[in-house]
Ligand binder design. Structure first.
Ligand code: IPM
Ligand code: MG
Length: 357
């Protein structure tokens, strides 16, 4: 029996996770899967219930689980907390770090049915299929020393440390080369090696790995250029690999190319492919509780979970096919709605995917 920890989180998290669980129940029945789920708290919900964004109870559950399904964390209610170590986001960073989920896979795929939703011209984005591999447990997000201090002149200074060690770069590099090998065979490593030592080493290690993957063509790009190329000619990319902070930024940019950040799932994996799965979009507190959020990214996250952590590719394919089917039926939540389509609520969308299955 495989154990999944479900962390609905904050904002629209509980609404979209509820739909994803209906879909999971359906595939369990259809494919006879031995999977059990358990709920827990993370982020703001955990601060409210336990006084900590990643409390001990959740840590125990997370360590015991085979995979984790997360909604989203954060919201204005907790933004005013003075102690930044108990902000909701710290819960997310805490679980990523404790479980060593260093490899974050963020696909940006343009669904042909949604070609009009992109803010870029259709010919620039049609057929887009990029995978961003983001290092998730190192870099400037976690580097120490960090903090605030007072300078001699009395001014306050905030400071962080950007560092990467060879083993950290090597393991994310291998994840990315492996992914590229299974896809289009092109890997673009993104750095700022013209300025930052940490990324000079990054580039060196990527070059060192390259000969072990002769079927993959490795290239390098500075991050500023990569941001520009993503909006200029995104189809030049197959797999991109980069550090934590650059990956945070570039993955939002890539997601928006598809016009539908509400459609994109992600996986965060450890070295044994235990993983946490979450939609790329955030908790969207402005629309929480209205029943209008798009549950498809979370539903597609369930598909990724079945594929990567639970070895159930057939069930994963079935979910992805069902999502494509509901788009073919012209069903759209508000975020991807365009004229002539049928606007549906969060739960109607979930029900439609279950019906398509
Ligand atoms: C993401 C988010 C998080 C990050 C925040 C919520 C801490 O933006 O998953 O991309 O910066 O990693
Ligand atoms: Mg982000």
């Amino acid at each position: 029996m495989k154990k999944i920890l479900v962390l609905p989180g904050d904002g629209i998290g509980p609404e979209i996770v509820a739909e994803a669980l209906k879909v999971l129940d359906k595939v369990k029945e259809k494919f006879n899967l031995a999977i059990e789920t358990e709920e827990g708290v993370l982020g703001g919900a955990a601060i409210d219930a336990e006084g900590h964004p990643y409390p001990e109870v959740t840590q125990k559950q997370a360590l015991a689980a085979d995979a984790i399904l997360l909604g989203a964390v954060g919201g204005p209610k907790w933004d005013k907390i003075e102690d930044i170590t108990i902000r909701p986001e710290k819960g997310l960073l805490g679980i990523r770090s404790q479980l060593e989920l260093f490899s974050n896979l963020r696909p940006a795929i343009l669904y042909p049915q949604l070609a009009d939703a992109s803010s870029l011209k259709p010919e620039i984005v049609s057929g887009l299929d990029i995978l961003i591999v983001r290092e998730l447990t190192g870099g400037i997000y976690f580097g120490t020393p960090r903090g605030f201090r007072e300078l001699e002149n009395g001014a306050k200074e905030g400071f962080n440390t950007y560092k990467y060690s060879e083993p950290e770069i090597e393991r994310i590099g291998r994840s990315a080369f492996e992914a590229a090998k299974k896809r289009g065979g092109k890997l673009c490593s993104v750095d700022k090696a013209n300025v930052l030592e940490a990324t000079i080493l990054w580039r060196e290690v990527m070059d060192r790995l390259a000969p072990e993957y002769p079927e993959v063509e490795l290239s390098h790009m500075y991050v500023d250029n990569a941001a520009m190329q993503l909006v200029r000619a995104p189809k030049q990319f197959d797999v991109m690999v980069t550090g934590n902070m650059f990956g945070d930024i570039l993955s939002d940019c890539a997601a928006m190319l598809t016009g539908s950040i509400g459609m994109l799932p992600s996986a965060s994996l450890d070295k044994n492919n235990k993983g946490m799965y979450e939609p790329i979009h955030g908790s969207a507190p402005d629309i929480a509780g209205q029943g209008i959020a798009n549950p498809l990214a979370t539903i597609l996250s369930v598909a990724m979970m079945l594929r990567y952590s639970l070895d159930e590719a057939e069930a994963a394919n079935a979910i992805e096919k069902a999502v494509s089917d509901v788009l073919d039926q012209n069903l759209r939540t508000a975020d991807i709605y365009s004229e002539g389509m049928k606007k549906v609520s969060t739960s109607e969308m979930g029900a439609a995917v279950v019906a398509a299955l």
